[in-house]
Design a binder for this molecule. Sequence first.
Ligand SMILES: Cc1ncc(COP(=O)(O)O)c(C=O)c1O
Length: 319
Amino acid sequence: MSQPGEIVYFEGDFVPSDRARVPISTHAFNYGTGCFEGIRAYWSPRRQELNVIRLREHAERLLRSAKILHLEPPEQLDAARVEAIILELLARNDYHEDVYIRPILYKSGTTIKVTLAGIDSDLCIFTQPFGDYLDIRKGLRVMISAWRRIDDNSIPSRAKPTGAYLNAALASDEARARGFDEAIMLTADGHVSEASSSNLFLVLDGVLVTPQATDDVLVGITRDCVMELARERGWPLEVRRVDRSELLSADEAFLSGTGVQIAPVTMVDGRTVGDGEMGPITSELQRAYLDVVRAEVDDRPEWRTPVGVPEAAAPARRS
Ligand SMILES: Cc1ncc(COP(=O)(O)O)c(C=O)c1O
């Protein structure tokens, strides 16, 4: 039996991770020409089952990013095929714990040329055990970054291009170097966009508010989960342009993302959010989200795709 994460998907095959190597001349390595997804699967002790969260939506977003970036994979890859590969990969690795899944569509050609069209692309996927990325019971202290969020007219912000994460890394390093937990980035014209790798929600006078997609946010799948949970509760929700001063005066604030899950923000640029503790709306959304993804409740089965028992987990084919 393989070690968790030992089997990866590379060049159309399931192989041991030490066989997944690319030449240093790979286009994606030189120019950041790839796009990726971050997906989670949660182990449910109650059901003895591993569930991948919103798998279809992640597969579709990967293919949408690929289309924007001219990343045509070699095989006929549709969302159903991406899903099937991920499910088989998880089964082969035989996880009994929470997992992070990282599919990357990348320019695998070795041509020295700054272009997207006409360069070969390929899909690779690795997985790894993954618990809480940060302590989500504790409030985060965030700062408004001096780095602006990439503008959709510079690098498509709706895609998840690998190279664009330099922008996120610069902002998040700046925040940590200054003693904060995370950075909130503004758009080029100074409106609130999102955190380095998660979306932002505020509660303002009882209304849940999140920046509109056209303010250079990555349209997050967890953001969509939050909005569904809010609508289900009949809570007022506004998706709109958000001013910096609204962020500085919110009653509650939280981040949403596959990695951070739902993480309360309790301080922005040295100003306490609300009373400095996780607020009631954040707390209810966090509880409801985790209950569904961890399959503690049977609601919203459409968010979870169970990984089959690993009878498909034959040893990796070797070429
Ligand atoms: C820049 C950015 N914004 C937002 C998100 C949150 O998106 P999702 O909820 O789909 O993980 C992510 C994470 O993927 C991200 O990288």
